[in-house]
Structures are given as C-alpha cells and as structure tokens.
Ligand binder design. Structure first.
Ligand code: GLN
Length: 552
C-alpha cells in the first residue's frame, strides 16, 4: 500500500492538544492493523529544542538515535509503542539550515534561493522521506506545530497545500483542530472562532476535510451541522475532542464518535474494526486502583509540569502496573534543608530526583536523598538524581565531605562526577570546537547506549535480563577512581557499559529500594508496558504505603 498522509493543523489558540490528538488517531489506526508513523514540524528557528530551556519549551524528548526532540514525540511513542527518531521531528531552523548549507555548496547553481520553492521543497522532501523508508508506513501523520495564522507556520502550510495535489486526493487528508468554547452565560457552544480559523486556512488554499473540535463536553448534532455548513465539510466529518481526566481515554473517545472510521473511509483504508481491548483494559485498571502512593519529585521546574512530561507519565504507567494510583507532589529542591526535609517528606512513600542541569537546587536534592537513605524511603535517582545520590553517599557515608560534581565545583578535591573528555572522541571534538567558556551544544552523551546489568542486583530483578539499552542526555559521568571506596561502604554498581568503563546504575542493597541510573528510563515507558525500574520503584513505594497505613 502506498503511504497515506494525514496533516493535522491547529487553529484559534495553542495548547489544544494537537499532539495528543495526532497520537490518539495514530493509536486507533494502529489498532486497525495499520503501520503508522508520526512527524512533528515545528515552526521555530532553533535547529532542535535541545538548547531551549524547559521553562520555554517543556521537556526535551530524546530518541534512540540521540535526537533532542519536541515532547510530542513522547506522546507518539507512548501511544504507538514504536520508537521515534530524528526523522520524526524537524523545525524551521533545521529546514533553513539544510537549505543554506546547500546554497553554500553551490547546489542551487547561482539561482536566487527563496522561501517558495526552496524552503517549501525542503519541507516536502522531509515529509516525503517518511514514505521512502525501507519499510514505508501505511499511514504518516504530520502534525504542524503552532497555530494557523502564525507567520512562521506559513511555509509548512504552503508545502502541505502543494503536497495534496502531488500525492493525490485519495492519499491525503487534512484535519483541523480548533476550539469550540462553551459559553455558560449563553448556554451555547460557539462556532465563530472555528469559522475564522477555517477561513484563514481557505485563504491559503487549504480546505480541511475533518474538523476536530476541542470542547468541554461533546458537541451537539445541531452545532456540528452548523460547523459543517460554514466550513464546507461533511456533516459526519465534525468530531469532538472532549476534555478528559485521563489522557489515555482519548483514543476510546475518538473511536466512540467514529473518528477513525471516517478517516479510513476518506483515505480508502482497508475496512477493519479497531481492536481496542488493551486500551479498554488500561482504562479499567486506571479506574480501579487498589491503593494510593504519594511520590515526591524533587526538582527545579516544579511549576511547570511539561518539563517532566515523560517522567510524570512513566510514574503513572508504573502505578497502573501495580494497581495503585500515584499522587505526584512536586517539591522545589531549593527549599529543602537538612532541618526541614522531614517536614517535606514525612507522608511520602517514595522520593524521586529527576535529571537536571546546573547547581541551583542541588544541595536540596542531596538533602532529600539523605533523608530517603537514612529513613528507608524508596528512592529513585535519574541522571542528575543518580549523580546527587553518589555525592550524598560519598559525603555522608564514605567521609568525603567535599565530594561534588565537576559541574558544580570544578575545584573540589573529590570530583565523584566528572567530565570524561579523554574517553569520547565525539565529545572531545565537540569540546574543541565549542566556544571558549560556553558549555552548550554538541557536548552531550545522547541517545541509546548498551548497558550490562549485574546479576543478583535490584536492577537485574527489575529488568530480568543482563543486556539492556537506555537513552542518555548528559555530559558528566561517574568517576571510576571512587568505585572501590564507595563499594567498600556498600554501594553496588549494578549497571555499566559493556566494557565496564561507564557506571550506568548504582544501588544500595541495604535499603527497601535505593537506585540511581545515569540514563533516562522515562523515555521508554508506555501505558501498556511500564518501565521495569519505575515499576519496581512504585512497587516499593506501595509496600511503604502499606506499612505506613498499618502504623497509623
Ligand atoms: N547535569 C548533569 C550532566 O550533564 C545531568 C544531566 C541530566 O540529568 N540530564 O551530566
């Protein structure tokens, strides 16, 4: 089958959940037995979101091939259960970068390089490359970031307009997601913003085929009819995307309205019913927890949940796997001291220290870890969280009071965590070419790396296999000069690179659950397959909750 394309645009305002809608549609098509891929086109000028601060952009999602991508790719992986790669995310910046490189090479033979056709051609090439893979997908969903009407998004929309005639009408579908607000005072759903947004699309030559309306409650039939009439779409091509309390319900809600059915008819996809048994079971499990655990997430971006998107989801998945609901409590690490740690964590059943960059809040994280270690509270440290756990252990157990990471105290006599430039050619190169004094860009260990798990450890109990692969995004590493000393005091190095040179996991056997990993397991967790480390962490937290319950 030739790859069919579905373009998803957004109108009226941002944050309508375009990524979730695209991912949910993908899940439904996959449940119909089709192979699906999704690509996100972001209109900003950054070449990738790797250099953007989480306050601006939320989490940076890392793929196996080491691409730093938009967090929507996390949704795609979680809903489709297939790994994404660099190909699944591009930005205006990358498109321009490619075109400018070609221009410098002389590829345009002296011609004037312009937005149309050169930029739009590059966009089309990127979109079409999905269908040219070795195993072309049945369906490629292309999500265009931003909102229709933004200046930045125009080249993408123009490329999308051109692709429609190039690919053929039966092979292309345009879905427009808009907001249909409900005005309580008038007791009405209002369609005007949708009409304006579609007009905007029409003015650039794009007629949407399906309108998906984000709304508080399902859109009544007469309002759907009105939208269909004013926006030139079939009456049965207007769907509601209602607010849900659990994002994993979206595919089921779409299915109930016949969304995937309509898409299949319009694209002439094989007539099959979606098998949603696993999704229904998932929602049932969500709705019937046998208990509750409270997990403290100790980090810097506590006011911005988007910054820890995958982490949040991974904990939720692990909750379902253990039949408990997980209540997340974000604690600002800058506020934690040795004196108030108990106050912060007394009623928590687990403490998690996630990844991060920079010194701000690190001492608080170390105090939180100390509290978890000394009070036998299940602890999970991820990336910076593992590094802090190692520093905490060195300072308070192994007696290295000045222990630190080179990132925070380059002059510390005991740099337990350090920059291992000599070991990585790629990093060395990057370090040599970077700006003096700057520490940004191109110097990180990124993407999937193999890891060997030591038998008999907690980590091995979780993974039940010795050879794993996990994704990284960091510069600093554990300093092997301290392995023996920390080992003597009881720290176990349960995961290393296959050649043994890089420590990837540490744990304390003398504790209900105390584990740190240098990688980011949250990127590989899904609703139907909770990540083993999260699963075991939440299992330990649930046991802790049981004990606390028995005590009180
Ligand atoms: N800042 C640390 C490093 O660069 C940890 C990074 C992270 O947690 N992702 O190594």
């Amino acid at each position: 089958m030739k790859t069919k394309y579905i373009f998803v645009t957004g109108g009226v305002l941002s944050s309508l959940g375009k990524g979730l809608a695209a991912a949910s549609l993908g899940a439904l098509l996959k449940a119909r037995g089709l192979s699906v891929t999704i690509q996100k086109l972001d209109p900003y000028i950054n070449v990738d979101p790797g250099t953007m601060n989480p306050f601006q952009h939320g989490e940076v999602f890392v793929t196996d091939d080491g691409a730093e991508t938009d967090l929507d790719l996390g949704h795609y992986e979680r809903y489709l259960g297939v790994p994404m790669s660099q190909k699944n995310n591009t930005t205006s910046g990358r498109i321009y970068f490619n075109v400018i490189n070609k221009e410098r090479r002389g590829d345009y033979l002296g011609g004037t390089v312009q937005v149309i056709p050169h930029i739009t051609d590059e966009i089309k090439r990127t979109v079409r490359s999905l269908a040219e893979a070795d195993n072309p997908p049945d369906v490629a969903i292309i999500e265009i970031g931003g909102t229709v009407g933004d200046i930045e998004g125009l080249p993408f929309l123009e490329a999308m307009r051109q692709l429609r005639s190039e690919l053929g009408r039966d092979n292309c579908l345009n879905i427009h997601l808009t907001l249909v607000p409900y005005l309580r005072s008038a007791g009405e759903h209002k369609t005007k913003p949708t009409q304006h947004s579609v007009k905007e699309l029409l003015s650039i030559g794009i007629q949407p085929d399906i309108i998906l309306c984000r709304c508080e409650a399902p859109i009544p039939a007469d309002v759907k009819r009105k939208i269909a009439l004013f926006c030139n779409v079939d009456e049965d091509a207007v769907f509601s995307s209602v607010d849900v309390k659990n994002v994993y319900e979206v595919p089921l809600k779409f299915y109930d309205e016949g969304f995937d059915q309509k898409v299949a008819i319009m694209l002439r996809l094989p007539a099959r019913n979606a098998d949603l048994t696993a999704w229904r079971q998932l929602i049932y499990d969500f709705d019937h927890p046998g208990g509750r655990v409270i997990i403290a997430i100790v980090g810097k971006y506590v006011d911005l949940k988007e910054a820890y998107k995958s982490l949040h989801e991974a904990l939720v998945h692990a909750g379902v796997a253990n039949h408990v609901s997980v209540e997340l409590r974000y604690v600002n690490s800058e506020e934690i001291t040795a004196d108030n740690a108990a106050g912060h964590f007394r009623d928590c059943h687990g403490i998690l220290v996630p990844g991060g960059f920079g010194y701000r809040g690190v001492e608080g994280k170390i105090e939180a870890i100390r509290y978890a270690r000394e009070n036998a509270i299940p602890f999970f440290g991820i990336c910076l969280g593992m590094q802090c756990a190692v520093i905490e252990f060195a300072r308070h157990v192994a007696g290295l009071t000045k222990a630190n990471s080179e990132e925070f105290d380059p002059k510390s006599p005991d740099r337990l965590i350090y920059l291992m430039t000599e070991w990585f050619d790629f990093r060395k190169q990057a370090m040599e070419t970077r700006d003096e004094g700057s520490n940004k860009g191109g110097t990180m260990r990124l993407g999937a790396y193999p890891c060997v798990v030591a038998p008999g450890t907690r980590a091995h109990g979780a993974y039940r296999t010795a050879n794993i692969s996990e994704r990284h995004r960091h510069r600093y590493e554990f300093n092997n000069a301290y392995k023996e000393l920390l080992g003597k005091h009881g720290m176990v190095f349960s995961g290393t690179s296959p050649d043994g040179s890089l420590v990837e996991m540490v744990e304390l056997p003398d504790h209900p659950w105390f584990l740190g990993c240098q990688f980011h397991p949250e990127f590989k967790s899904g609703p139907m397959h909770a990540h083993p480390l999260f699963r075991e962490f939440i299992r330990a937290a649930a046991a802790q909750a049981g004990e606390d319950g028995a005590k009180s």
